[in-house]
Design a binder for this molecule. Structure first.
Ligand code: SF4
Length: 176
């Protein structure tokens, strides 16, 4: 493990320990409940991927918290500047909704919402509404179709999104 990886792991561990302190959790908006899953370096148990054969998706949330309302997926993000007005970035939205769908399909427990936590303990709550559930399932279908066609068209006109995109060097539709 390189020094930078170790530093990142320790930073994540510090954040999680902070989040799991009861007082801190309450103050920053983490629900009370038992931690039942973790996928973070240095934590006591490994998270295995959650899978939904029905939806054809899988994924590993950073944490799952079992609450009285159901299981809440939690995702920690390094971005120091979360979007305005309590929103989350589109990619984080689809990730959070995907984890909710995975929890419901694999663990058979409701996932009423997910939390996306940006650096600085800025907690954003993503409700798993019926409307968003339909949008997620439709998006998954579109992805499957794009995979079959082996092509996908850009669905936005925002150069800034391309600027931060990890696959830009391979993309023939990049705006930059
Ligand atoms: S570089 Fe391509 S894949 Fe990335 S955001 Fe832009 S259009 Fe989408």
């Amino acid at each position: 493990m390189t020094l930078s990886v170790m530093a990142a792991a320790l930073a994540i561990l510090a954040v999680v320990l902070f989040l799991l302190a009861a007082q801190s959790r309450k103050r920053i908006g983490i629900p009370a409940g038992a931690l039942v899953y973790q996928d973070l370096p240095g934590q006591p148990f490994d998270g295995k991927p959650l899978r939904s054969h029905a939806l054809g998706i899988c994924g590993k949330p950073d944490c799952l918290i079992r609450t009285v309302a159901g299981i809440v997926p939690v995702e920690l993000k390094n971005a120091s500047k979360p979007p305005a007005r309590g929103e989350v970035y589109p990619s984080h939205m689809i990730q959070a909704l995907t984890y909710c769908a995975l929890v419901e399909d694999q663990i058979k427990v409701p996932a009423p919402y997910a939390l996306v936590i940006y650096a600085g303990q800025q907690v954003r709550r993503v409700e798993f509404t019926e409307q968003r559930r339909r949008w997620l399932f439709d998006t998954i279908r579109q992805l499957e179709l794009a995979r079959e066609r082996q092509t996908a068209n850009r669905n936005h006109d925002h150069p800034a999104r391309c600027a931060g995109c990890g696959v830009r060097s391979h993309c023939d539709q990049a705006l930059l």
